[in-house]
Design a protein around this ligand. Structure first.
Ligand code: ADP
Ligand code: MG
Length: 319
């Protein structure tokens, strides 16, 4: 694309940290600690499918990286760096500058420097692909398959706000501008608990990030670990500003609402005190929401509105 190198130099060439060879060579070079494995994850965001054409580019830059950092956190991986593939119909420097600002703020805050990428011109709209790379101790990487009968189930952050914010923005629900302003950051600026995820290695037995809804994502842990679970509806950390919506809306948002980018993880009951202390140290809210059992079913106890026979129903791309 014409001006590709100018565009990269202007928006995406940031100084690499000590020990890292970043943007400007054919490959980035990243150091890996002994006894560790690389954790690699990628996400593709397409205009019209994952974001609207009029999205705030700074929020989009933040979110494009956040959804990947969230996957690293779910594996207990410490970020090493990321690469950005971006395809744009024209070089709109104002748009690119704002996109890069949002991306960079989160890259700096989470210690995940941009070390390379690819830039092309597109025929239709913007497409963004971010790959994040982290490292995780070989012996204690978090996976979906490690849940054990009797484990507590924990959730970080709060549930439901991104779903309701999207419903409001798309006109399927209505509320005051003040309520929308309070919920919108959860949708546009997800804040995955990356350092806390790293600290869960050796403590948590299994973990996943909540992208498609708590029931669906916990369901993946249950499938992989061949066990069941009981959730306590009353214990769920529903976002405090959802109180004014009807109970069925709140319940659906909490159980099935996606785009949360917080963690659901399981750990032995003996780890409760240390987990609470660890969460406080990392400034993360943690809530114990249920336990793993051997039933091979996922039950939610105490719902205000009856849950359908399948109990599931989060967002499924191919559903
Ligand atoms: P190559 O042709 O070897 O693939 P490019 O000409 O595509 O390299 O890119 C030149 C340099 O700029 C490379 O280091 C590449 O990783 C980096 N780069 C290209 N696009 C981006 C981007 N969007 N963000 C960060 N770095 C990028
Ligand atoms: Mg290229």
């Amino acid at each position: 694309m014409a001006g590709e190198f100018d565009l990269i130099a202007r928006h995406f060439k940031w100084p690499a940290p000590e020990g890292v060879l970043g943007v400007g060579d054919d490959c980035a070079l990243l150091p890996v600690s002994p006894g560790h494995r690389l954790a690699v994850t990628t996400d593709l965001l397409i205009e019209g499918r994952h974001f609207l054409p009029d999205v705030d580019p700074e929020a989009l830059g933040h979110k494009a990286l956040a959804v990947n950092i969230s996957d690293l956190a779910a594996m207990g991986a410490r970020p090493l760096g990321c690469v950005l593939g971006i395809s744009v119909p024209l070089a709109d420097h104002d748009w690119l500058e704002r996109f890069a600002r949002g991306f960079r703020a989160l890259a700096d805050a989470s210690g995940c420097p941009l070390v390379g990428g690819d830039t092309t011109r597109s025929m239709h709209g913007v497409a963004i692909s971010v790959t994040a790379i982290g490292e995780v101790p070989l012996a204690s990487a978090l996976t979906r398959s490690g849940a054990c009968g009797g484990d507590d189930i924990w959730v970080t952050g709060t549930l439901g706000a991104p779903h309701v914010a999207l419903e409001l923005l798309q006109g399927r629900l209505s509320a005051s501008a003040e309520v929308l302003d309070a919920l919108r950051p959860a949708l546009e600026r997800p804040d995955p608990p990356v350092s806390f995820g790293t600290a869960l290695c050796g403590i948590a037995h299994s973990a996943i990030d909540i992208s498609d809804g708590l029931l669906q994502d916990l369901g993946h842990i249950l499938d992989s670990s061949a066990c069941g679970a009981q959730l306590q509806y009353d214990a769920l950390p529903v976002h405090p500003r959802l109180g004014l919506f009807a109970p069925e809306i709140v319940q659906h948002a909490a159980l099935n609402g996606g785009d949360v980018y917080q963690l659901c993880f399981t750990a032995a009951p003996s780890a409760r005190d240390s987990l609470v202390a660890l969460a406080r140290e990392h400034g993360v809210r943690v809530t114990r929401v249920g336990h793993i059992d051997q039933t091979r079913r996922l039950q939610v106890v105490g719902c205000p509105v009856p849950v359908g026979p399948d109990g599931m129903g989060g967002f499924d791309h191919f559903g």
